[in-house]
Design a protein around this ligand. Structure first.
Ligand code: ZN
Ligand code: ZN
Length: 175
């Protein structure tokens, strides 16, 4: 989904929310993709100008390829923050969220975690895929990707004892 489609979807969602009586702000200036936000899927930013407050909704590029329902749920979560007295996830925000759930069939979560979207957390420790072992001292050299050492361990020697190296055929995880 691109910015343009995201805006069309956003405008459509604002209408749906207003139709069920949720006081979404009339001053939403933009709904856009944020390419840098990794830790959170959505953000609602307030801009204070001469004409008063306006809001910018940002949706992380991490989820723009998810299905429309998921993107919609993140947008709605953020749109609810533009209602009066809803800048946190307090009683009022929660009451609107449950109204959206019962009236429109969306699932609005307080926190939006990667697992909820079937995505892998980018900050999760990378998996160790290859372990090169020394035939002499047993030292282990862990590698996350296929590299020269993994491809041709016989061309290298152990830095500790100078013995030959070999690839251990198993997968390991750092915990
Ligand atoms: Zn929130
Ligand atoms: Zn060694």
């Amino acid at each position: 989904m691109k910015n343009k489609e995201l805006n069309i979807l956003g405008i459509n969602l604002i209408k749906q929310l207003k139709d069920i009586g949720i006081p979404i702000s009339n001053n939403i200036s933009e709904i856009k993709i944020n390419n840098r936000a990794k830790a959170r899927f959505g953000a609602c930013k307030v801009k204070k100008g001469i004409l008063g407050k306006s809001y910018i909704i940002e949706i992380s590029s991490e989820i723009v390829e998810c299905n429309t329902k998921i993107i919609s749920e993140v947008i709605i979560h953020e749109l609810l923050h533009t209602c009066p007295g809803c800048f946190n996830h307090g009683k009022k925000w929660k009451s609107y969220a449950s109204k959206v759930e019962s009236s429109l069939g969306y699932t609005i979560k307080t926190t939006q975690k990667y697992e909820d979207f079937g995505l892998d957390r980018p900050d999760e420790k990378e998996e160790i895929k290859y372990v090169i072992k020394c035939a002499g001292c047993g030292a282990e050299f862990q590698r996350k990707r296929l590299c020269k050492l993994v491809k041709n361990p016989e061309k290298y020697r152990c830095g500790k004892c100078g013995n030959i190296l070999y690839l251990q055929g198993e997968k390991h995880n750092i915990l």
